[in-house]
Every structure is written in C-alpha cells, then in structure tokens.
Design a protein around this ligand. Structure first.
Ligand code: BES
Ligand code: ZN
Ligand code: ZN
Length: 501
C-alpha cells in the first residue's frame, strides 16, 4: 500500500472514496459539500433522522455517480471528542479502510479530523490512522488457492498546508509500526510445519539484511559449549534443531555518549505439544502461536530500525519445538541452565520458562555491554488467560521505574498491560528437594510463579516480563484484528524503546 500525505483542497481532490471522521455531535456540512454537492441531501437526512451522529463505531456510506471526482463518501463516527485517543482512531481507520475495500475501491482518502487535545495533533492523527489502516488491511492468505483480489493500493491523508510536515512524520511512523505488527502476525499465523526454529532464524536474517541489523544465530553446538542445558533439554525431543537468534540494532551516533543497551527476549516455541506431560487434543492447534513472543521481538527489531530509536537494542529469540518422542525430556529430569542453576522438571509443558531461562542468562551475564534493562515477552501461561482474558497482557517486574515506563508505552501504543505482583511468597513456591529450583509452582497464581522462575535468570539487571498468552491471537475478526495472530507486543516495545532514547 502506498501512503501519501497531501494538502490538496477537498473540493479539487480525486479518489475512489473519501472518509470523513466525525466526533459526536459535530456537523461537517461544509466538508460534505466540498466532497460533492450530490452528497448534501443524503447527509442532511442521516443527521435529521439521527441515523448518523458521529457515535463511535458508526459508519455510513453515501454514493454518487462513479464519474464524479469522489464516487463514495464514508462517514465514520469517532465518539465523544474528549474520549478520542490513538486506539479509537486506529479502529476507526481500520473499519473505514475495510468498508472502502468492500466497495471495490483501490484508493481511499482520509481527511484529518478536527478536535482539541493531543490525539488531534496532525502527527498523532496521521500515525494512528495509518497504523490502523495497515493493520486492518492485513489478511493471512498464504495457503489459499485463490487469494482475494480486492485491496487498497493507495491511502491519501488530506491535511492543511501548515500540518504537512508533521503529518508526514506521523504517517511514516504509523507505516513502520503497522508493517512491523503485520510482519509479527504473519510469523504467528504460519503453521508449525513451516514456522520451525530454522524458519524463524531465516526470517531474522532477512530483516537483518533489509534493516541493517547485526545477526548472530547460536546453533545447538554453540549452546552446548555455553552450557545451555535448559533450552537444549526442551528441544531434545524434536527433530528440528533449536536456534538462539540474536539481532542487534545500533543507533546512529549522537554526540560522544555511548547509548545504553536494552535487551528484549521473546519465547519462540514453534509448536507446544506439552511434551511428555502432553496437552489435551482440543485446541492444541493453537499452540502454533506459542512463538508469538519471539515474533513480537522480531517485529519490534524491524520497528526500532525503521523508527531509528536512540538506544542500542538487542533482540533475543530462543526458538525450539516441544515434542514428545523417544528422546524427549521427562518429568523428574534435572536440567542445568547456563548460569549454573539446576532445574527439576516437574512438568514438561512448563517449557517456555526453560527456553527463556538460558536466553535471559545469556543476555544478562554474557553480553557486553551489559543491558541496562531486559524485557521478555511470552505466551507463558494458561493461567494468564484465566486472570486477564483478552483484555490485557500481564506485566510482572522487580523494578518500579521500568514497569512504569512500560505502562506509559502501553497507553500510547494501545497494547494493553496490567501490572501483577511478584514477591518472596511466589518465589518460595519454586523450591525443589532435588535441584536448585523447580519449573512448577503450587497450584494457583501460575502466571506469577512462572515470572518468579524467569527472574532467577536475570541477575541484577532490571527486568520486566509480559505474559501475552491471552493477547497473542484472537479467534474472531474485530477492530483492526483478523482471526489469528495479533502482533501484540511489537508496538508497546517499540514505544518503550522510542521513549527511552
Ligand atoms: N504455551 C503454554 C501456555 C499457554 C496456554 C498459552 C494456553 C496460551 C494458551 C505453556 O507452555 C504452558 O503449557 N504452560 C502451562 C504451565 C503449567 C504446566 C504450569 C499452563 O499454562 O498450563
Ligand atoms: Zn507448554
Ligand atoms: Zn508453551
């Protein structure tokens, strides 16, 4: 999709469709008139009959002769002016673009709406509208014999001349974020027989090449040499070799000060059968999404390169399958992680924390320069889905400052986070009579004991964990989502890193 920002007057503009975003109670008669005199009566009727009042979620289409400058006019409600934010704009943009696509339009023009508050600044508007559109247009059709032929080829934002520069900057950011999210979605949607650890490493190599990122992939022999017995233990039942993908983004030099390093780590479990502690068959196919934390890290690395953030970012993705077979690890096995900690495996289905353990230990003890903070993302526990459903991802952190930064980024990005506690009570549940630690807590608070387990591998580095189990995919098309992977995490991480430098 090509994205343009122009200051053409609406009265002279040509496109397949034009969209007016309208806040509740706002009258846009002048704009409707500029779009085409033939729309006037229809608009008046919609307003008079209260069929359109700018309420959030409302969408009405007026159509005139196809020979006119602007054949279709779409009126899209934004709801109360005060309540408009990035999230409502993204959803509105997505439904507008989907409606235009359903009308057969190849091009669509958005007129930037008016309003008070920071959401209505031209850069913020452009960013949210473009990001929402890019997300809303994504479809996973890789395996369809006949992919859809309809689609929006060109999105134009119409702005006042004084806003051109700001809107262009916002539109660029929106495109970068939207494309990074759809890249992560695509990886998530790929089935387990395509999206193997090797495939993730190849995709990492592709984005490294395209975005000028550094890449190192640790193979199983490297892991053995480093003593990564935890990651290797999970992977040993699979015929697909495990990989530890390490991408590095270096910011352009700004002054003399060396930029700080932030590490992000994502669970790249490309299929989770549960292993010997096997999962029930129902919905097991969803476990192809168990690499969505890793996909979010790869997407975020693409985004930070596109946004040119000011900090150095290292993205790590431990990638493995969790299979049951003659060589699988078993309940009761004791694994030794890279930091020397021995782990009693009480349940082979609690494997995410095991592959993350070695990646976290590597990032916090081996990497130079040492990261100033580390954030991990993982579809880690079913308990998180029970606690927060598809409303929020859980944020667990031992550092209040870092947690607050992530909550701020959550607000601006629309990736919703909810902080949950960590303390010695949860930590103590991981005691094992046979090893330094068990991979299973007592029943209850599974998300928090899983987080407490991860913490043991982070040394003294400020750390935050996002359990994205309820957010990583969706069963239904809604808002800017379509069925399947959501790309959750890419935006909150990108915004967090952007704010950091
Ligand atoms: N990948 C799952 C977590 C999961 C479950 C994500 C459902 C999304 C939806 C993880 O590896 C797992 O199986 N966790 C176990 C942990 C338990 C054995 C302590 C779980 O949540 O049941
Ligand atoms: Zn599992
Ligand atoms: Zn898992």
């Amino acid at each position: 999709m090509e994205i343009r920002v122009a200051d053409t007057a609406l009265g002279r503009h040509r496109d397949d469709a034009v969209v007016l975003f309208v806040t509740q109670g706002e009258r846009v008669r002048a704009r409707v008139n500029s779009a085409g005199k033939a729309f006037r009566a229809g608009y008046q009727t919609l307003v008079n009959t209260k069929a359109f009042g700018g309420e959030s979620g409302q969408l009405r289409v007026l159509t005139q002769s196809q020979d006119e400058r602007l054949p279709h006019l779409l009126l899209v409600g934004l709801g109360k002016e005060k309540a408009v934010d990035g999230q409502s704009l993204r959803h509105a943009a997505s439904s507008a673009a989907r409606a235009a696509r359903d009308l057969g339009c190849r091009g669509v023009t958005f007129v930037l709406p008016d309003g008070r508050g920071s959401a209505f600044r031209a850069d913020n508007l452009a960013e949210a509208l473009v990001e929402g559109t890019v997300q809303g247009m994504y479809r996973f059709e890789t395996y369809k014999k006949k992919p859809s032929e309809d689609g929006i080829d060109q999105l134009t934002l119409l702005v006042g001349e004084s806003d051109l520069k700001r809107a262009r900057r916002g539109a660029d950011e929106g495109r970068v974020l939207g494309e990074a999210v759809t890249f992560a979605r695509q990886l998530g949607n790929e089935p387990g027989n395509t999206a193997t650890p090797t495939f993730l490493a190849e995709e990492a190599a592709r984005i490294a090449e395209e975005n000028g990122l550094g890449l190192r992939v640790l193979e199983e022999a490297d892991m053995r040499a480093l003593g990564m017995g935890s990651l290797l233990g999970v992977s040993q039942g699979s015929s697909q070799p495990a990989k530890l993908i390490i991408l590095t983004y270096e910011p352009k030099k700004r002054g003399k000060k060396r930029p700080e390093t932030i590490a992000i780590v994502g669970k790249g479990l490309t299929f989770d059968t549960g292993g010997v502690s096997i999962k029930p068959s129902a919905k097991m196919e969803d476990m192809k999404f168990d690499m969505c934390g890793g996909a979010a890290v790869l997407g975020a690395m693409q985004a930070v390169a596109g946004l040119q953030v000011g900090v150095r970012v290292v993205g790590l993705v431990p990638a493995s399958e969790n299979m049951c077979g003659g060589n699988s690890y078993k309940p009761g096995d004791i694994l030794k992680a890279m930091n020397g900690t021995t782990i009693e495996v009480r349940n082979t289905d609690a494997e995410g924390r095991l592959i993350l353990a070695d990646a976290l230990a590597y990032a916090t003890s081996k990497m130079r320069p040492k990261p100033k903070a580390i954030v991990d993302l993982a579809t880690l526990t079913g308990a998180c889905v029970v606690a927060l459903g598809d409303g929020h991802a859980a944020l667990v952190s031992n550092h209040d400052g870092l947690a607050d930064e992530l909550l701020d980024a959550s607000q601006t990005s629309g990736d919703a986070l909810w902080r949950m506690p960590i303390n010695d009570g949860y930590r103590a549940q991981l005691d094992s009579p046979y090893a330094d630690v068990s991979n299973l807590g007592s029943p209850g608070a599974g998300t928090l004991t899983a987080a407490a387990f991860l913490e043991k591998f982070t040394g003294k580095v400020p750390w935050a964990h996002l359990d994205i189990a309820g957010m990583a995919w969706t069963a239904k098309k809604s808002g800017y989502f379509s069925t399947g992977a959501t790309g959750f995490g890419v935006r909150v991480i990108a915004k967090f890193l952007q704010a950091r430098g």
